[in-house]
Design a protein around this ligand. Structure first.
Ligand code: BGC
Length: 713
């Protein structure tokens, strides 16, 4: 349709019809026996069964045939035969499940995430979906928050690259194209900064911190063309984000240039009443529409109130027209007016979903997402030695995270199955029962090496799954203690949705391989890496705290006026009496099966003027006996500026693949834009003065050089 045709359509719609477009209901309530409507939930939402029936979009149902039937039925009764939108949370895969987003952050390879998102889109599209509620672009610094697993980590630069890559993967250049879906950037804004890491909790962020660190990744997702944005549940500086007019109209639309569809998070409009910012549903609806929220996900406050608000002159119908025009435009961008079923295809569905190629990509992504935290030479495994695979994750299929709602555990390859595919496994035994300590001890005693697969349950992270303790579950720590007491050669394979306190694990294990929730091909990928078929190459996208008392702990913090100096006597400095300031494992950290030498940083000049570039170089040499990949990271600090800058910030990285003995150069170009920041007067720019540059293998590298920036004001 042309814009003019859309406008004509809009003008022909009744107010009621328009408001229906702004209502989203959950599919499982909507569909009864695949044919009718359940009226119970409608009553609960305070809307009529007709409102429920005519909602312009549905959340969370899939299946090509089913969605085609629903679409057909809906369009028949919709007065203008407008198609409905089918949306769902396709976060890290549709049926082929890739590693959870935090694990994808560890790949330091957004290009690979783009491929994963594109496969997810393909599977979702043939199953009839039009929109995915991803990527989540919330910056995370607090491991207690259960949703850190849905983020790509604590670094705005890395998150931004992932945000853009994922949007491109889902949408491509044209969301109408076969195999593409609309991407929805979420949760706007600041949701990741929930006080004390408790989900849905208050968010207080200074204007500077919000803009300089938290808004960056959302912006990149939006600039990459995301067709939708979702509001967040939290209050931001006292105002619930979902009814925050300044945030949504001035910042999101005005400054950040978003012109797509804004949807509230699930029930969030009504929650503004509970927050204490709307007197009742009616006021929530009024504030929501004033803020420019186009779709009310699952509360009915729009459906029950917008009509009378307009009729009584409290809300200008123009606001509703604007929202509906945005919704119609999205439907049009997806090509639904011409083809309301888009890619839904029951036959294709059987072929495309979970095909060999998709599984192969899931395996590659999982391999690259694992982070080797410790290894004193025990890995790669020598399976000629007697090896006992012990622990609940040896046979578990629960490898896909709590946000893989369309995934199925039955598709997952377990560790045991992957071992059993190997040629020489006569020396291998399995003991998956975490509760039978005697059996585990016996298996461990008779083995040369123990692979202990333990960790959090997938239910311990995700939405509403914050934790106050960051330990590995007690029963499994008991298992580790029992096993390590009788066998010194323990390799821990760790499953988790967040950074954990690994002090004791580190002490008791000879190697620790972080595998997160690795997805459908988890078992294969784990064996590939344990056996050295593939060398580990992941780097932590989030600091692992020494203990929970440090949280939030992140590498790009500020310097206090009294920083603790390494090796200096303690005094009145910024420190804890009982624990170190540094995390146990820092951002960017990760080992592999070989070792690398990184030469001192060489700069091509010592001064950089306005408009100029500077190159920082290192040479990376593989000094070990196996091929390997090093992710070389460049950090920069503006030593003194009108607004204090973090002690260092990631500004580039390169993956260098090296054969044994091989040496390659990694060169990073630094330009003025990389040094720019938000000043107190609201302008963005760089300031003259000293800059430090580090290039190394983690955020703790001390491989440093310095230059002077001479910039015009
Ligand atoms: C979550 C969103 C999700 C939505 C729809 C909410 O509870 O916060 O991330 O997209 O549900 O499932």
């Amino acid at each position: 349709m042309t814009e003019k045709e859309l406008q004509t359509l809009l003008e022909d719609m009744t107010l009621q019809e328009k408001i229906d477009q702004m209502f989203q209901v959950v599919g499982m309530f909507y569909i009864k026996d695949n044919t009718g409507i359940e009226s119970g939930p409608a009553q609960e939402l305070g809307v009529t069964p007709e409102d429920f029936d005519m909602a312009g979009s549905i959340l969370g149902i899939t299946g090509a045939q089913r969605l085609m039937d629903v679409q057909k039925r809906y369009m028949k009764k919709q007065p203008h035969h407008i198609p409905m939108l089918f949306m769902a949370d396709i976060i890290h895969g549709f049926r082929t499940i890739f590693p959870m987003p935090l694990a994808q952050g560890a790949m330091f390879e957004p290009e690979l995430s783009e491929k994963c998102a594109s496969v997810a889109a393909k599977e979702a599209a043939v199953s009839g979906l039009h929109v995915t509620f991803a990527p989540m672009c919330d910056l995370v610094r607090d491991a207690r928050w259960g949703r850190v697993m849905e983020s790509t980590g604590e670094d705005p630069y890395l998150n931004s690259r992932y945000a853009a890559a994922m949007v491109r993967g889902f949408q491509g250049d044209d969301m109408k194209a076969p195999g593409k879906v609309c991407s929805c950037v979420k949760h706007f804004a600041g949701y990741g900064a929930a006080e004390a890491g408790r989900d849905y909790n208050t968010v207080e962020l200074s204007e500077h911190t919000l803009r300089e660190y938290y808004l960056k990744a959302y912006q990149e997702g939006i600039s990459a063309g995301a067709g939708m944005v979702m509001t967040s549940f939290n209050t931001l500086n006292g105002i619930p984000a979902s009814v925050n007019r300044r945030l949504m109209r001035d910042i999101l639309r005005g400054e950040m240039g978003f012109d797509g569809v804004l949807i509230s998070d699930y029930g969030a409009l009504r929650e503004s009443v509970v927050h204490g910012c709307s007197a009742d549903d009616r006021e929530a609806a009024e504030k929501g529409i004033r803020a420019g929220v186009d779709i009310d996900m699952m509360t009915g406050v729009y459906s029950a109130n917008l009509k009378s608000l307009v009729e009584e002159g409290k809300v200008d119908e123009k606001l509703i027209d604007e929202s509906v025009m945005r919704i119609l435009t999205l439907k049009n961008r997806l090509g639904l007016f011409e083809n309301p079923y888009k890619d839904a295809d029951p036959e294709q569905e059987k072929e495309v979903i979970l095909c060999g190629e998709h599984r192969q990509l899931a395996r590659e992504a999982a391999q690259k997402s694992f982070v080797l935290l410790e290894n004193d030479g025990i890995l790669p495994l020598d399976l000629k030695k007697k090896t006992a695979f012990i622990g609940p994750y040896v046979e578990s299929r629960e490898l896909i995270s709590s946000w893989a709602v369309t995934g199925k555990t039955e598709d997952c390859v377990t560790i045991r199955e992957a071992v059993e595919e190997l040629p020489d496994m006569e020396n291998v035994v399995f003991c998956a029962d975490a509760t039978d300590l005697d059996k585990a001890r016996e298996a461990a005693r008779e083995a040369d090496t123990v692979v202990l697969a333990i960790g959090e349950s997938y239910r311990q992270s995700g939405e509403a799954a914050s934790r106050g303790m960051l330990d590995v579950p007690a029963e499994q720590m008991e298992l580790l203690r029992a096993v390590s007491a009788v066998n010194g050669n323990v390799v821990v394979v760790l499953f988790n949705g967040r950074p954990l306190d690994l002090r004791e694990v580190k002490e008791r294990a000879k190697a620790v391989l972080e595998v997160w929730f690795p997805g459908t091909e988890g078992g294969h990928a784990i064996l590939d890496v344990l056996t050295g078929k593939v060398s580990p190459s992941g780097k932590l996208p989030m600091s692992f705290p020494y203990c929970v008392g440090q949280v939030p702990v992140y590498y790009n913090h500020f310097s206090t006026g009294r920083p603790q100096q390494k090796g200096a006597d303690a005094g009145y400095v910024s420190r804890y009496l009982d624990i170190p300031n540094e995390p146990l494992y820092p951002f960017g950290y990760g080992l592999t099966y070989t070792a690398f030498d990184i030469s001192p940083v060489a700069l091509d000049k010592k001064e950089m003027k306005t408009g100029e570039k500077l190159t920082a170089r290192v040479s990376v040499k593989n000094t070990g006996k196996t091929a390997g990949t090093e992710t070389v990271q460049m950090y920069i600090q503006d030593v003194s500026a009108s607004v204090a800058r973090p002690v260092r910030e990631l500004r580039g990285y390169q993956k260098v693949v090296l054969e044994p003995g091989e040496e390659k150069e990694a060169a990073f170009e630094i330009d003025e834009a990389m040094l720019a920041f938000l000043r107190d007067d609201g302008t963005v720019g760089s300031e003259s003065g000293r800059f430090r540059v580090w290039i190394g293998s983690s955020s703790e590298t001390e491989n440093e050089a310095e230059f002077t920036g001479i910039f015009e004001d």
